[in-house]
Design a protein around this ligand. Structure first.
Ligand code: CU
Length: 441
């Protein structure tokens, strides 16, 4: 029986607050409802989400609903709404059309606001989801703190330049706002883990002591079939859903991030984020079918390219606008027409990796450096390796308005690796709707 759609309301208040990341170790975080991460927002496919936002920060903010195919006016960028000033309120209202693992985060002054904790998970359920014994959401983050547990920003030119180049990678490793998290599983059970990389720049290269797990979903929901693997890279902005277990009582192993060389000044390291401890065996109710769903291919591998997007870095790194799209920083790209298939060649001419994020729409990777991908999936963020070309296909729909794409390493985005563009209706004259929601106390 089809579930009835409903309206799900949340009240979120942003503020600065004290947050304990480990026993006796507190930071001055910024976030939602004095929690880090913010509260998990949850709804069923087709429900309407209403989020009443109050901004009690001392600076303006806006919130982006990463991965949700919502109307442009709700996307939370400065291209579609006015800043929510300190003391201001805003109502976000949209339908959640897809099941999967999504997240929300500040989309204003991100290198400060997101670094301090302005993010949370947004989960959309479907009654046809596979059944697990347990589900966990892990928001991955790292913070760059000094020895007084304060957020630091380099003041000298060279370290500032290096941080802009690498992206801010922190020394404090967090899962769900905690250091050294212990994950207590039950023997014989299989869990669904939803991983969300909410860090500024860290490449999280998941490894569970070599134990195999199954990838079941990506940014845009379930895959067609579970795919078994021993490690997976989750770049900033990306999500993966994996099936973990079953393990035997008494097993203990770390959740690690393996070293990944993305060509930074910082040397990549293998690091432990959490530890898994398996308790006594329990019965399982696992129902993970081999066929999870069908994904219709949007385009063939050899489809004609409709746009080229070139991500580049000026090696002189002089002026803070050295991260570029098609040769320029902070670009206004050409519009696309609703209903016209987009086949974009996204290339990276630089020597470092960039996770490419498209707002508001899912794409399919149809080719990477001449090869078809191993399996089809829906993505909104995809890591483009150095000196690489990725061909993506996506379909702009009736949701006309201003959208954007950018590198999800926050410092690269801030230094110019982003573009705004419009989806326009091809048949009628395009008019931008005025923003009328913003008001102040
Ligand atoms: Cu980048």
């Amino acid at each position: 029986m089809k579930q009835k759609n409903k309206t799900v309301e949340y009240h979120l208040t942003t503020s600065e607050f004290t947050w304990e990341i480990a026993a006796g170790k507190s930071i001055h975080a910024w976030g939602f409802n004095k929690q880090l991460p913010g509260p998990v927002l949850r709804a069923n496919v087709g429900d309407e989400l209403v989020i009443h936002l109050v901004n009690n920060l001392e600076e303006a903010t806006t919130i982006h609903w990463h991965g949700i195919r919502l109307p442009a006016s709700m996307d939370g960028t400065d291209g579609v709404q006015q800043m929510i000033e300190p003391g201001g309120v805003f109502e976000y209202r949209f339908i959640v059309p897809d099941a999967g693992t999504f997240w929300y985060h500040a989309h204003t002054n991100e290198t400060v606001q997101m670094e301090r904790g302005m993010y949370g998970a947004l989960i959309v359920d479907d009654e046809t989801d596979p059944v697990f014994d347990e589900e966990r959401i892990f928001m991955i983050d790292d913070m760059k703190l000094n020895n007084r547990n304060e957020f630091t920003k380099p003041s000298w030119f060279l370290p500032r330049m290096m941080e802009r180049h690498d992206g801010r990678q922190g020394n404090t490793l967090l899962l769900n706002g905690r250091e050294n998290l212990v994950i207590n599983m039950q023997g014989g059970q299989t869990e669904r883990w939803r991983l969300i990389n909410s860090s500024s720049a860290r490449y999280f290269h998941l490894h569970l002591d070599g134990k195999p797990f199954k990838l079941i979903g990506t940014d845009g929901g379930l895959l067609e079939h579970p795919v078994s693997m021993n490690e997976i890279l989750v770049t900033p902005g990306e999500r993966v859903d994996i099936a973990v277990g079953p393990f035997a009582e008494g097993e203990k192993f770390p959740m690690e991030s393996l070293a990944y060389n993305r060509t930074t000044f910082l040397t990549p390291k293998r690091e432990t984020f959490a530890n898994v401890i398996v308790g006594e065996g329990r019965a399982t109710k696992l129902n993970l079918p081999e066929r999870l769903r069908m994904i219709e291919p949007l385009a063939k591998q050899d489809s004609a390219i409709t746009r080229k997007v070139i991500m580049s870095v000026d090696p002189r790194l002089r002026d803070g606008k050295d991260f570029r799209i098609n040769g320029h920083a902070h670009v206004n790209d050409k519009p696309v027409i609703a209903g016209e298939l987009q086949v974009w060649e996204v290339s990276n001419t630089s020597l470092m990796d960039h996770p490419f994020h498209l707002h508001g729409f899912f794409f399919q990777v149809i080719e990477e450096n001449g090869k078809a991908p191993a399996f089809i999936s829906w993505k909104d963020t995809y890591n483009v390796k150095p000196k690489s070309k990725v061909k993506i296909a996506w379909m702009p729909d009736h949701r006309t308005g201003t959208w954007m794409y950018h590198c999800h390493i926050l410092e690269h985005h801030a230094a110019g690796m982003m573009a705004m563009f419009k989806v326009i209706d091809g048949s009628t004259k395009y008019e931008e709707k005025a923003v009328t929601h913003v008001h102040h106390h």
